[in-house]
Ligand binder design. Sequence first.
Ligand code: DGL
Length: 192
Amino acid sequence: MRNRPIGIFDSGVGGLTIYKEIHKLLPDENIIYLADSKNAPYGEKSKEEIIQISVKNTEYLLSRGCKIIVVACNTASTNAVQYLREKFDVPFIRVQPAIKPAALNSKTKVVGILATKGTLKSELLLETSQRFAQGVEVVEQVGEGLVSMIENGKMYSAEMDLLLNKHLRPMLEKNIDFLVLGCTHYPLLTPQ
Ligand code: DGL
């Protein structure tokens, strides 16, 4: 069991932001990272499709002997993990948009969340906001186009600057003092 790998999946390179942290904490673990670029982006797909893809990814990682599955994707975490936990007899670790620390630390009492459509319309996100952001306004914005541009290597482009401006400016005008990066691809855009 000790030598079996940890399996991680996401719709492409985004989950590498999670892989990096796991590897830092557990440098002796073997890790298999499944970058499902073929099905990216997940964020525009229906819940049923996201579940179907997540089942396939899990089956693949289990066929490679993984002892634990990390769903390094907010869209799959919020839409499919409950189903995966019922279907497979293996531990699943999921990610969750960091609304709680943002709401707790906000001084303006307005925080922003940038995430995929699939994550923003999930029940889990609604529950998280209701539970942890009492008295704080959560301004939601779909990061439309961002994942595809990152996957296509257009991270540092004028087009990306324009898109980020379009998504972030209205939130800044509403006086947010924290921005939740609710998609594992988005920390790659932190420098911009
Ligand atoms: N990186 C993923 C997430 O955290 C998936 C984004 C996508 O494929 O749309 O939501």
